[in-house]
Design a protein around this ligand. Structure first.
Ligand code: MD5
Ligand code: FE
Length: 203
């Protein structure tokens, strides 16, 4: 697409189908320990259409009080499970100069779920890229510039794709417009999983 912000890299098909299946198996074990929960918007308490969980030392949560990173699951109180080795290796491959990742947010989209245009600004550092992995049905992803009114471009994120959002794209407005049902056979009941790996604190 024409106006993707500088620093955005899409790596289509980074994970082969067998690698996607192995990653999914690891995620299923993570989700036994740290079940998906449905966050609500700060102040309004409006539920997200996406369900979430996390792995790694820190996890992103949203509740009536605000957005934040915390070391424990909001419902179980247990520490988040360890990040699977496959994800640590991905990070080392695509962000070799970055300090180790601290958070992996797991977003689960049913077919009807979406995510409005937003910036990711809850981290203490924006020097480190965000690394995203898509699994399951294809999504239409929208990315703009660092001002909400900047023009946006739309692209598809398919199962196995990795996106790296560094440099100016780290603070680009972005969102998920829709999930395209029946576009992948990876998840038996359809839907989409997105993983975002992040550094949260300054190294
Ligand atoms: C998703 N997740 O597919 C989306 C997009 C999120 C989130 O936006 O915050 O969990 S993953 C691609 C992405 C992640 C972080 C930043 C940017 C894009 N970006 O600056 O464009 O579930
Ligand atoms: Fe985001």
């Amino acid at each position: 697409a024409a106006s993707q912000p500088e620093g955005f890299r899409l790596l289509p098909g980074y994970f082969s189908r067998p690698a996607q299946e192995e990653l999914l198996e690891n995620l299923r074990m993570v989700l036994v320990d740290a079940p998906l929960f449905r966050p609500v918007m700060p102040r309004t308490g409006k539920p997200f259409s996406v369900r979430m969980s996390n792995c790694g030392p820190l996890g992103w949560v949203s509740d009536i009080h605000g957005y934040r990173y915390q070391p424990a699951h909001p419902a179980t109180g247990n520490p988040w499970p360890a990040m699977p080795d496959m994800l640590v290796k991905l990070w080392q491959d695509v962000a070799p100069d970055a300090p180790e990742p601290e958070a992996c947010l797991i977003n689960f989209y049913e077919t009807s779920a979406k995510m409005g245009l937003h910036q990711d600004r809850d981290e203490e550092t924006f020097d480190t890229p965000v690394v995203s992995v898509s699994l399951g049905d294809t999504a239409t992803f929208r990315i703009g510039g660092t001002n909400r009114k900047d023009p946006t471009t739309s692209l598809r994120l398919s199962s196995g794709d990795v996106a790296v959002l560094g440099g100016p794209s780290r603070l680009a407005f972005h969102g998920i417009d829709r999930i395209l049902p029946g576009t992948s056979t990876l998840l038996k009941n359809g839907g989409r999983i997105n993983l975002t790996l992040r550094r949260v604190t300054k190294a």
